[in-house]
Design a protein around this ligand. Structure first.
Ligand SMILES: NC(=O)c1ccc[n+]([C@@H]2O[C@H](COP(=O)([O-])OP(=O)(O)OC[C@H]3O[C@@H](n4cnc5c(N)ncnc54)[C@H](O)[C@@H]3O)[C@@H](O)[C@H]2O)c1
Length: 436
């Protein structure tokens, strides 16, 4: 099948590359010429493990190409995917649909034959119908369908998630659209991946409900961690004991500095706005948003308190700044709240992250970067772990402590055991556990 993928960000590029790996002919479009130039040279603008090799393989096979020319890409396509960004609208929390509407308009003018316009971007309920109206208005009488096909991949494991999803969700209104979607995902049906066919509205809601639920799970265990600290519990034990209950499950029960990233913060907020707009407030999620925002600030207080309530003149090494490991994505990362506050308090901060410098360089000014954690920790008063990249998971704690002038370690991901940190000479603080 022929596919046009509009938007080559984290979702569009991974989806385009994976669809070409299924055997489809895919043209990826972006309006940022520099991105397309890079892709044409075989360079991948984002960090996503395994993506470069799969991209090269499918370009070589002649199934995958890149262009800024949306008209040429859409003209021969049986399915046109919209995978543009839907960030938070400035100042109020609704999803900004400017890019989706603009893409729909451009697609409308470029359609040559019947095609299914598939909205893969995360969009509030009602948006697929708006996309349909935009195209109908631009091309009255033209035969096309709209389908909602939200994406559930995780950055850092995006290829695996796309190739082996738990389910594929499709909202569609005609048999023709459903058949096209079935054909696009046929390779997955061989693996018996469930396909959930539903209405446009339900498909849109499934995506927000899933993300909001996962964000709630994280926020729940974070609040349990706070309680553990007050009463002498261990949140790791609580999470394990809860998570082994098959009705609950162990995933997304890791206490930490609060969720960040390109999806949970904006999607939880947008869902609360949708609820309010339709007079069906989702109070649980309103609270989750509030608690998570407060948590990022509380993490800075935790660091400052571990350093004797004063960071001015102190040297702090920060390990991990991306919102999670195995991505270069910095959107809404907890480090963006924590690091500027430490710098503002007069600390000298050295950052270490395998992929964070490209984006983080501009976002975290007045800091220095080190490539090696021991180098970052040299003469530091404190080490703070914000993101649990593999390179920080098995540090030689004695060597690390030996490089420092102080003894404070604040481990916001509970990577280390309190006893081993103490044995290496650290004054160790973590999340939801006693110090020793
Ligand atoms: N990042 C994730 O992990 C993830 C996971 C699931 C769903 N989503 C959703 O997928 C959507 C895309 O997210 P992302 O992280 O890939 O965004 P992104 O910002 O990384 O990429 C969007 C791309 O679209 C391009 N674009 C915008 N308008 C265009 C137009 N008219 N024509 C051509 N290109 C255009 C931009 O230049 C950019 O490269 C969002 O709605 C997001 O919520 C993201």
């Amino acid at each position: 099948m022929h596919i046009a993928m509009i938007g080559t960000g984290y979702v569009g590029l991974v989806s385009g590359v994976c669809f070409s790996d299924f055997g489809h002919e895919v043209v990826c479009v972006d309006k940022v010429a520099a991105k397309i130039d890079m892709l044409k040279r075989g360079e991948v603008p984002i960090y996503e493990p395994g993506l470069d090799a799969m991209l090269a393989k499918n370009v070589a096979a002649g199934r995958l190409s890149f262009t800024t020319d949306i008209a040429a890409a859409v003209a021969g396509a049986e399915a046109v995917f919209i995978a543009v960004g839907t960030p938070t609208r400035r100042g109020e929390g609704h999803a900004d649909l400017t890019y989706v509407h603009a893409a729909a308009k451009e697609i409308a003018h470029a359609l040559a034959d019947y095609a299914v316009v598939v909205v893969k971007s995360t969009v509030p309920v009602g948006t697929n119908r708006e996309v349909k109206s935009v195209i109908e208005k631009e091309r009255p009488g033209f035969a096309f369908d709209v389908a909602s096909n939200p994406e559930f991949l995780r950055e850092g494991a995006a290829i695996e998630d796309f190739m082996r999803p738990d389910r594929v969700v499709v909202g569609a209104e005609t048999d023709r659209a459903r058949e096209t979607m079935r054909a696009l995902y046929r390779p997955l049906s061989l693996r018996e991946t469930p396909m959930v066919f539903t209405t446009l509205e339900s498909a849109e809601l499934i995506k927000y409900a899933a993300n909001a639920f996962l964000a709630t799970k994280i926020t729940f265990i974070n609040e349990m961690a706070d309680l553990c600290e007050k009463v002498g519990g261990d949140v790791q034990h609580v999470a394990r004991g809860m998570g082994l209950d098959g009705r609950i499950g162990s995933k997304f029960l890791h206490a930490g500095p609060g969720y960040g990233g390109s999806c949970f913060p904006k999607d939880t907020l947008a869902l609360t706005r949708t609820g309010q707009q339709h007079n069906a407030p989702i109070r649980i999620i309103e609270t989750v948003v509030e608690v998570n925002d407060a948590r990022k600030r509380a993490m800075t207080d935790k660091i400052v308190s571990a350093m004797g309530d004063a960071v001015a003149g102190k040297k702090i090494a920060v390990f991990g700044v991306t919102f999670k490991p195995d991505t270069d994505d910095m959107r809404d990362a907890p480090s963006l709240t924590i690091v500027p506050t430490l710098v503002g308090g007069g600390a000298t901060v050295t950052l270490c992250d395998p992929q964070g410098e490209k984006e983080g360089g501009a976002l975290l000014p007045a800091t220095t970067w080190a490539h090696d954690p021991y180098e970052a920790a040299k003469d530091a008063d404190a080490v703070v772990i914000i993101t649990e990249w593999n390179m920080f998971r098995a540090l030689d704690l004695k060597r690390l402590r030996g490089a420092m002038r102080g003894d404070v370690m604040v481990d916001l991901r509970n990577i280390y055991r309190p006893a081993e940190a103490a044995a290496a000479g650290f004054a160790y603080t973590s999340i939801g556990r006693a110090a020793r």
